[in-house]
Design a protein around this ligand. Structure first.
Ligand code: FES
Length: 351
């Protein structure tokens, strides 16, 4: 006999049934104490009490209807700009307050009516539906095992060892394909991100029009995407080149530029930054001209272009690299060299 059985005998016979009745003990098990006798509510035996409860329930539902009418009336009658003073809330929109109150009362009254109905008038008698045993009979279990043995025998899995062993080998090796794919995580880019297609004297070309850009064409508050001249979509390595060299140009009032080096690297308020997010390399595209913030749509890293591309929010770990620019003799914007920082993600070692 287990210690649990001992406990059963020592303590449990004294225990009361779940409803206060004595529990009969038969051997090691307990007899089902069953449900307590049903106690009639007043509304079960008194017709007048039942009628009163019915009226109370109906009253809740009528209150709900009235509140709905009040909601519609408030929506039609109260002007959106009307303000009222409500104790503890202060000055609030009269329309919002009225709509909230009437809708709240309407929903609450339906709930209250339903609960009152259930507690006073709906039957509260509990019934037991016996559940049939879910354990299979010994005959059924024996049949299942017999079928399994028969299936294994007919599959010749045990007899044909060559097939069995090669199948196990094949299944064991399949996961290796996934392991091999880990190789795609490398190799590290090492110096590859240090150099892009930008070089001293390369003009900036508008990515939409393919035209070289003049500083005078860039308006304050605008954001334009550009690439180095000499890069063409038809080039075989276009994607690889543009993935590192894409830049965005903004123009802001020189007084708005907080970072001195940033201002010096631009031209009369035109600043050029890498378009590649320093988190995991998404192209940045959303510019907020009042704050000079750009947002990466992938994970919401936000950079302040007026402050050297500094990260002000999000998972990016590095500022956006800035491209130093000036204008040539014809007024076209040109780079003064490559980026001073590797572009793109910063989760590997940067030189
Ligand atoms: S790639 Fe830009 S925030 Fe993740």
């Amino acid at each position: 006999m287990t210690s649990q059985d001992n406990m059963s005998e020592e303590h449990l016979p004294e225990a009361a049934g779940s409803h206060g009745g004595a529990v009969a003990v038969t051997g090691d098990s307990f007899a089902d104490p069953g449900l307590p006798p049903h106690e009639h509510r007043r509304t079960d035996i008194d017709e007048r009490a039942a009628a009163r409860a019915e009226r109370q329930v109906a009253l809740w539902f009528v209150l709900s209807m009235l509140a709905t009418v009040g909601f519609i009336a408030a929506y039609v009658a109260i002007k959106p700009d009307k303000v009222v003073y409500i104790f503890t809330l202060g000055h609030v929109s009269a329309l919002n307050f009225a709509l909230g109150m009437t809708l709240g009362v309407s929903l609450f009254a339906i709930g209250a009516g339903a609960v009152h109905w259930a507690r006073t008038l709906m039957s509260d008698e509990e019934h037991i539906a016996e559940r049939h045993p879910i354990e299979a009979s010994p005959e059924v279990r024996e049949q299942v095992f017999a079928d399994f043995r028969q299936g294994a025998k007919e599959s010749t899995f045990g007899r044909r060892k060559l097939i069995r062993n090669t199948m196990i080998g094949a299944m064991a090796m399949v996961p290796l394909s996934a392991v091999v794919l880990f190789r795609d995580l490398g190799p590290l880019p090492e110096k590859k991100l240090d150099n892009t297609a930008w070089a001293a004297g390369k003009r900036l070309v508008n990515m939409n029009t393919n035209e070289p850009m003049k500083a005078s064409d860039i308006t304050v508050g605008s954001l334009t995407f550009a690439m180095p001249e000499g890069v063409h979509e038809s080039d075989a390595d276009f994607q690889e080149v543009i993935a590192k060299a894409a830049v965005m140009l903004v123009r802001m009032q020189p007084d708005d530029i907080k970072d001195k080096q940033s201002a010096d690297w631009g031209y009369q308020g035109v600043l050029v930054y890498s378009k590649i997010c320093t988190h995991v390399g998404c192209p940045i595209s959303l510019y907020e001209q009042q704050t000079h913030h750009v947002l990466c749509p992938c994970h919401q890293s936000t950079f302040d272009l007026s402050d050297g591309g500094r990260v002000i929010f999000g998972p990016a770990g590095h500022p956006l690299p800035q491209l130093q620019v000036s204008v040539n003799g014809e007024g076209y914007l040109e780079a003064l060299g490559d980026f001073s920082q590797p572009v793109g993600p910063g989760f590997w070692e940067r030189s």
